[in-house]
Design a protein around this ligand. Structure first.
Ligand code: NAD
Length: 338
């Protein structure tokens, strides 16, 4: 370690890589040593802004000058990079999802276990101050037994077409966050998955074989229910709301708006739209998750969310994809370790 600092190599300097790169550079216990990107220009821009060097991904992974990797490349590269990082003895933070299907994720998690590498998956919403408080208050017993979890999660607009084609589809790319959040709040594994999906926002998404509007219902072994509503469109900003209904009451977390200013006249009340998108809405969550990774690795504490969390969310995404395609409910068996 470099004077007690975690030396980090960042792979992928796109939308989310730039956020993590900035947070690493600002962290008092971390140093951004290298940035790698298939686009030399993207790598150069971030490296220059963050005081890091540019290098090829292969060199970064094997470099003796880094302790940890932060993987922010497209989803179809994650599992390979995780395995290579684990074999090179690096601690790894990888953006969600681990791969495009559960079988590949399972193999990747096995390599991580065999090598004993530390792995954390980027389910950033667990670190959002409102959602983490919601979980703590459920665990404190304030609403008794959890009965119904409702997650409303809608993007303001679809991602760029070149992102979409490599994304794995709405359930694996977007709803994966909500599958993780449902598990986080239910406190039990869902074993039954129902899904419906449509192409209502942009015909180009349908032509690319994906959907942009979907609803999922899931049930756990004891009968707890989670419902998730996703859209790639929301005209009023980034819509991120959660309600947890329990035997003793309700906990809810609403949208965050650009300002708290309220206007009223004879026609009624109006307020600002929700914050525009994930970069603004989850800015604190990204800082907190990076801090959890850096301090966890430096202090030798267990990292969370784990590769197993990644695998369990992935199995739900695969099940929902199949349920939406076939129109049939999917049942999951809780195999050991997954
Ligand atoms: N947790 C979150 O809130 C969140 C938000 C956005 C994206 N993501 C995830 O992060 C990943 C990246 O998404 P993004 O929106 O930043 O995508 P992006 O397309 O903006 O950025 C990806 C970058 O990776 C580079 N790249 C592609 N292949 C590479 C390779 N083999 N080696 C090195 N660089 C390579 C590209 O040139 C690009 O700059 C995806 O897996 C996505 O699911 C997570």
């Amino acid at each position: 370690m470099d004077k007690g600092k975690l030396r980090i190599g960042l792979l992928g300097a796109g939308r989310i890589g730039r956020i993590h790169g900035g947070n690493i550079a600002a962290h008092p216990r971390a140093r951004l040593a290298f940035v790698a990107d298939a686009s030399r220009e993207a790598a150069h821009d971030l490296a220059q802004a963050a005081g890091a060097a540019v290098a090829d991904a292969d060199r970064v992974i094997d470099s003796p000058d880094i302790d940890a990797l932060v993987i922010c490349t497209p989803t179809d590269t994650h599992a390979d990079f995780i395995e290579r990082g684990a074999r090179a003895g690096k601690a790894i933070f990888c953006e969600k999802p681990v791969s495009l299907d559960a079988q590949r994720t399972r193999a990747c998690v096995r390599v991580v276990e065999e090598t004993g590498a530390a792995l954390m998956i980027g389910f950033n919403r667990r670190f959002d101050p409102s959602f983490s408080t919601l979980r703590r208050r459920i665990q404190d017993g304030e609403i008794g037994e959890v009965e119904l979890v409702t997650i409303l999660s809608r993007d303001p607009s679809p991602p760029p077409p070149d992102y979409l084609v490599r994304s794995g589809g709405l359930f694996r790319d977007m709803m994966i966050h909500d599958f993780d959040m449902a598990r986080f709040l239910l406190g039990e594994e869902p074993i039954e998955v129902h899904a419906v999906a449509s192409n209502l926002v942009d015909p180009a998404i349908g032509r690319a074989g994906d959907v942009d509007t979907a609803a999922v219902m899931m049930k756990t072994g004891s009968g707890r229910i989670a419902q998730i509503s996703n859209s790639r469109r929301a005209t009023y900003g980034y819509d991120q709301r959660i309600e947890v209904h329990g035997s003793l009451g309700l906990l809810a977390a609403g949208n965050r708006r650009t300002t708290t200013v309220e206007f009223a006249d004879a026609r009624g009340y109006s307020v600002d739209p929700a914050l525009p998108f994930f970069l603004e809405r989850y800015a604190e969550a990204y800082r907190a998750e990076l801090d959890a990774f850096v301090t966890g690795v430096l202090d030798g504490a267990p990292l969370s969310p784990t590769g197993l969390d990644g695998l369990r969310a992935q199995r739900l995404a695969d099940a929902a994809t199949a349920a939406a395609r076939t129109g049939k409910a999917m049942r999951l068996t809780l195999e050991a370790g997954a």
